[in-house]
Design a protein around this ligand. Structure first.
Ligand code: NAD
Length: 487
């Protein structure tokens, strides 16, 4: 049967569904960026909490600032904002219909600002991708001269960016005598609370310095570390849900059974009691974030590009390929893990073992293509800071330089066997052109200052990179990995 609220009365066998009264929920959270990850993560935690009978005034109103979000909104509306979350446990599938979202603002700045300004909205959360924060990789910090930001600074009543809308929502509350909501970023960025605050205050200061100061002094931006591998949804996933649990959901989410959320406890208007459903509240998420970004996200990057060049399709195929797995393990143990400072209560080697086990889960079906996405945004966050730390400490970076060279070789747009590679990245064209130039002149790749700003003039890295790239072009991916592993 089709998914909508009627299905909740008699959910198909083996499927759990909300037993709480959804019509009695009220919305305390506006979430911008209702993609797959948000539905696999935050919505599941809240759904569990609501199922315990708690905090029914913290349901979610969805929002999207991109015109294409209209499609997701229309899809979810037809199914009463319900999402089926299918967990891909190697031991078997489980499915839960998640009822934590009860509304979705129209895809329109005015409607989104109005939802943020409602008195009952106490948190605005975001999953807007790493690229959504207008970070200036060249100079560091917020890119205040980006055309979108400049436009929003001049047109504060009709913004097009999420930051313009947050500011308009906060101003409207101030005018109405309402305290500001808490802004909770759930994107994969080091220090995501601070990055988000810099974007909001950066734009606000362009509008007026007084407004920037008021936001700095009055709005909370807790940082958080989020984790749950959530692949994109396609026909395979829809069919899997239908075949396994007999549910027709136009936009289900599949994800691994592992889920982690570590949050700073800074919510002046209160928050749901998420600690009851496994969220860890800590004074400083910094060490947890660094561990995750470097070991897990850096690890994803490490398996992505060699696998792409060798024509492998899935993450679990990559983990079955001894050269790719070997590269991941050696890189993590010799170069990545040693740069991660101690994390309270966590053994980093066992954290990595768990990560490797999660990557190997054949049921997740995470594609190499997804892991290869957006390198120009991801490398500066997941790989290059590790390189910089090692160089600062005078340590070798051969493995990391090889990872960057694999990315460069991948961006040349052909596998080792000559099959075409589609580069999915906002900078795809420039990456491709530069990668081809780098074949004879490796320094061209590192000269992309907006990506490699952090590593400017670092000769040992440039040398190791050139050596790795030359080897990839001359001997191919397999031979190059063999040589690295035998070293
Ligand atoms: P998705 O493609 O399903 O959804 C992306 C969402 O981001 C969409 O709702 C889109 O409208 C919004 N968005 C994109 N660019 C934006 C912009 N410039 N401004 C505002 N909104 C924008 O992707 P997803 O799997 O949901 O991942 C989203 C983010 O969640 C990731 O970038 C990452 O930071 C975080 N995350 C994802 C995973 C995962 O495994 N998928 C795991 C941990 C964290």
């Amino acid at each position: 049967p089709r998914l909508d609220r009627r299905l909740l009365e008699h959910p198909p066998k083996g499927v759990s569904a909300p037993a709480y009264d959804r019509s009695a929920l009220t919305s305390g959270i506006v979430h911008v960026g209702v993609g797959n990850f948000h539905r696999a993560h935050q919505q599941v935690y809240l759904d569990r909490l609501f199922s315990m009978g708690d905090d029914h005034d913290w349901a979610i109103t969805g929002a999207g600032v991109k015109p294409y979000d209209a499609k997701m909104r229309a899809t979810l509306e037809k199914q009463d904002w319900l999402t089926t979350v299918l967990e891909l446990d190697p031991a078997g599938y489980t499915a839960r219909i998640c009822g934590a979202m009860i509304d979705f603002a129209e895809i329109d700045a005015g409607a989104i600002i109005a939802a943020m300004a409602r008195p009952e909205t106490r948190i605005v959360s975001l999953t807007i991708t790493e690229g959504g924060y207008y970070l200036d990789a060249k100079r560091g910090g917020f890119q205040a001269d980006h055309p979108d930001i400049v436009a929003d600074s001049r047109n504060r009543d009709a913004p097009s960016t999420v930051f313009g809308m947050l500011i308009a929502g906060l101003v409207r509350r101030r005018e109405a005598g309402l305290a500001p909501f808490t802004v909770m970023s759930c994107d994969n960025l080091p220090d995501n609370g601070k990055v988000c605050r810099d974007a909001v205050t950066g734009l606000a200061s362009l509008i007026s310095p007084e407004l920037g100061d008021w936001i700095t002094g009055n709005v909370a931006f807790p940082s958080g570390m989020v984790d749950c591998i959530t692949p994109a949804t396609g026909d395979r996933e829809r069919k899997l849900l239908q075949d396994t649990f007999d549910i027709e959901d136009a936009s289900p989410v599949v994800c691994e059974p592992f889920r982690q959320w570590v949050l700073e406890d800074h919510f002046p208007l209160g928050r749901p009691a998420l600690e009851k459903v496994g969220v860890e509240f800590v004074p400083d998420v910094g060490p947890f974030e660094l561990m995750k970004l470097r070991i897990l996200n850096g690890g994803h990057a490490a398996i992505a590009y060699p696998s792409g060049l060798m024509g492998l399709r899935f993450a679990h195929d990559a983990m079955e390929e001894p050269l790719v797995r070997g590269f991941l393990e050696k890189l993590e143990h010799s170069e990545i893990i040693p740069t991660v400072p101690p994390v309270p209560g966590v053994d980093l080697d066992s954290y990595f073992r768990k990560v490797a086990e999660r990557f190997s889960n054949p049921k997740v079906g995470d594609t190499i293509a997804r892991l290869c996405l957006d390198g120009s945004n991801r490398q500066p966050k997941f790989i290059l800071p590790t390189v910089a730390d090692r160089l600062d400490a005078g340590q070798p970076v051969d493995g990391l330089a090889l990872e960057v060279a694999l990315w460069c070789r991948y961006c040349a747009g052909e596998t080792d066997d000559g099959a075409p590679i589609v580069i999915d990245d906002v900078n795809a064209e420039r990456l491709n052109k530069t990668a081809l130039e780098a074949r004879s002149n490796p320094s061209a790749w590192l000269a992309m200052g907006d990506i490699f700003g952090l590593l400017k003039d670092r000769t040992p890295f440039a040398e190791a990179f050139a050596k790795a790239l030359n080897s990839l072009w001359k001997s191919g991916t397999r031979k190059t990995l063999e040589t690295y592993l035998s070293g």
